[in-house]
Design a protein around this ligand. Structure first.
Ligand code: SAM
Length: 179
């Protein structure tokens, strides 16, 4: 087992132990938001040029890329999966967005969110409940949190919008901090 782990480390592949530890920390599987939902989320957040958006669980980085390209925003993604984090970094590089986008490989529950004007989420309701203390600790008044399909229990949304994609209605919960 140790040999397998050492070999995996050498190849940059997560060892079975690391993969198991990541599995335990997982707050949601990778299910990408459709592109029209991504744009609807950023519009709903009224993301402005120069603002910073954090996508917590950024997957392949599509929200980051859209925020930087279409909205001229800064974007920070946090992703637990090394493979997805690398995929997001590669896309950032290919699109020449290295100055606007940062991808952090790690647990979104460990990240300081004080730099965020907007936070985007596509996790699960239970996961949002685990994240909520951090949102309350770090986010400044005026920050917006936009969650795809899953509410933040105990918070009152400013709006809930419905958008069609992939033949179903998706919910977009929009929260405004300090309101
Ligand atoms: C439903 S996908 C959303 C991807 C992207 N935000 C989007 O909307 O297209 C959830 C993502 O969260 C990541 N994730 C799950 N638990 C995490 C954790 N504890 N820290 C960081 N990322 C996590 C998953 O690997 C997955 O890529």
């Amino acid at each position: 087992m140790l040999q397998v782990a050492l070999l995996a480390l050498g190849l940059g592949i997560p060892s079975p132990a690391a993969a198991q530890a990541n599995h335990a920390k997982s707050l949601a599987p990778f299910v990408p938001s459709p592109q029209n939902i991504v744009e609807h989320m950023l519009d709903a957040a009224a993301l402005k040029p120069g603002e910073t958006v954090f996508d917590l669980g950024c997957g392949d980085g599509r929200i980051l890329i859209t925020a930087a390209r279409k909205y001229r925003a800064k974007a920070v993604g946090v992703e637990l999966s090394p493979k997805l984090a690398q995929m997001a970094r590669d896309t950032v590089q290919r699109n020449g967005l290295k100055d606007s986008v940062t991808v952090i490989e790690g647990n979104l529950l460990d990240v300081d969110l004080s730099g965020a004007d907007v936070v985007t989420l596509y996790l699960l309701t239970e996961s949002n409940s685990r994240l909520r203390p951090n949102l309350e600790k770090y986010l400044k008044p005026g920050a917006r949190v936009v969650s795809h399909d899953f509410e933040i229990r105990g918070w009152k949304p400013a709006r809930v919008e419905e958008v069609q994609a992939h033949r179903r209605a998706h919910k977009i919960y929009v929260y405004e901090v300090g309101k």
